[in-house]
Design a protein around this ligand. Structure first.
Ligand SMILES: *Cc1c(COP(=O)(O)O)cnc(C)c1O
Length: 388
């Protein structure tokens, strides 16, 4: 079809065509990708749980007992006791009355926002919010007002201008492509003042930040009740797969009945539920891993700044190195790959045009030697390509 050919040609010409890189090993600091052994910087497996022996065993035990497929959707034949246990555990972990597990973080956001909001609503959404939030907003049919990234003054200005009958403020807690943290306390205060609903997505905070790894609210010393709707994923630091909402019982009942991505999709397989249950236990007792991870992240960030690289204002193990043009970003990515280092190149539409970047993210299982090798290689090619 000409339409498709033209679009592909456009992507190709602008260095925006993407393709999968094929892994042939476990998700770990050293992986085999496209039949090459490389050091991996860019995984969301922050605590190194994806290949944890205890979690593998939890999956095997669950498969032995329950089999492999869930066999039905959540409201028909696919809800297992394991779902119930996991939902209770998440609620306790997040300090809320209840929680509801979805199949992943993407469909959680899409299902929650599209079932809560409609054309009577105005949604105020940070410009850098994750695509799944944006898609939920678009699907809802609400009026979407995007405010400047983490800019509370711009948010208030826009609230005063566009506020409607029902209003939602939604933000990533940790921004996935920048690693910075939203001004949640300010947002909560504004929402109270204007009687608005608040929602945060803590996909990158859970397991990494806060007491027991419970996430960004704890990290910022904000009580759980202050935010109406908390969503997150079980697919990143938790090392499994799934998404969840945590909040008041009435909210959970509402989404249980109305969120279409919850209702019309086969439930998660029992093994994934068992892995999430066990992982949440492990995360609580992983304070040392968390501290080491954050220490390594701060160290690497400072070293990169010293080399002359531009880094976002990050406070987490997400350390994006801003290159600018997509072309140059791919060049550096390819050079690094030739030296056995893989960092994903992030381009538009994931990030704004002209801010293409290599998105480094660290795992607790990276060693100092891994980081040193990364720095040396980035030093060499940064100079060679005239980036630093
Ligand atoms: C990754 C991510 C999601 C999607 O979660 P999945 O479980 O991978 O579908 C949602 N929101 C944010 C902020 C994310 O970074």
């Amino acid at each position: 079809m000409e339409y498709i050919d033209n679009k592909l040609l456009y992507l190709h010409k602008n260095k925006l065509l993407r393709e999968c890189q094929w892994l042939e090993s476990e998700q770990a600091p050293k992986v085999s990708i496209n039949e090459q052994i490389v050091l991996l910087f860019g995984s969301n497996n922050y605590l190194g749980l994806c290949n944890d022996q205890r979690l593998k065993q939890a999956a095997i035990n669950a498969i032995e007992k329950y089999g492999v497929g869930a066999g039905g959707s959540r409201l028909t034949t696919g809800s297992y006791r394991l779902h119930q246990q996991l939902e209770e555990k998440i609620a306790k972990f997040k300090g809320t009355e209840a929680s509801l597990v979805f199949n992943n973080g993407y469909v959680t956001n899409v299902g929650i926002i599209s079932s809560l909001c409609n054309s009577q609503w105005v949604i105020f959404s940070d410009k850098y919010n994750h695509a799944s939030i944006v898609d939920g907003c678009l699907l809802s049919g609400a009026k979407l007002v995007r405010y400047k990234h983490c800019d509370i003054n711009d948010l208030e200005k826009k609230i005063n201008k566009f506020k409607g009958q029902y209003n939602l403020i939604v933000t990533d807690a940790v921004f996935s492509m920048d690693g910075d943290i939203a001004p949640i306390q300010d947002i909560v205060n504004l929402a109270k003042k204007h009687n608005m609903v608040t929602m945060i997505d803590d996909a990158h905070g859970v397991g990494v930040l806060g007491k027991d790894g419970s996430g960004t609210l704890s990290h910022l010393n904000i009580a759980s009740e202050e935010v109406d709707i908390q969503v997150g994923t079980l697919s990143k630091a938790v090392g499994s797969v799934g998404g969840y909402i945590a909040g008041k019982k009435t909210y959970i009942k509402y989404f249980n009945n109305l969120a279409r991505s919850f209702m019309f999709s086969t439930a998660l397989p029992p093994a994934s539920l068992a892995v999430s249950l066990k992982a949440l236990e492990i995360i609580k007792n992983s304070q040392n891993r968390r501290e080491q991870l954050l220490k390594n992240s701060t160290w690497l960030k400072n070293q990169l700044l010293q080399l002359g690289y531009t880094i976002t204002n990050t406070e987490t193990p997400i350390i994006p190195v801003i290159i600018g043009e997509a072309d140059m970003t791919i060049k550096l990515n390819k050079h690094l790959l030739s030296e056995g280092i893989y960092i994903p190149a992030i381009r538009q539409p994931t990030v704004p045009k002209g801010t293409s970047r290599l998105r480094i993210s660290l795992m607790a299982t990276h060693t100092k030697e891994d980081l040193t090798q990364l720095l040396n290689t980035l030093h060499r090619y940064g100079k060679q390509l005239g980036i630093i």
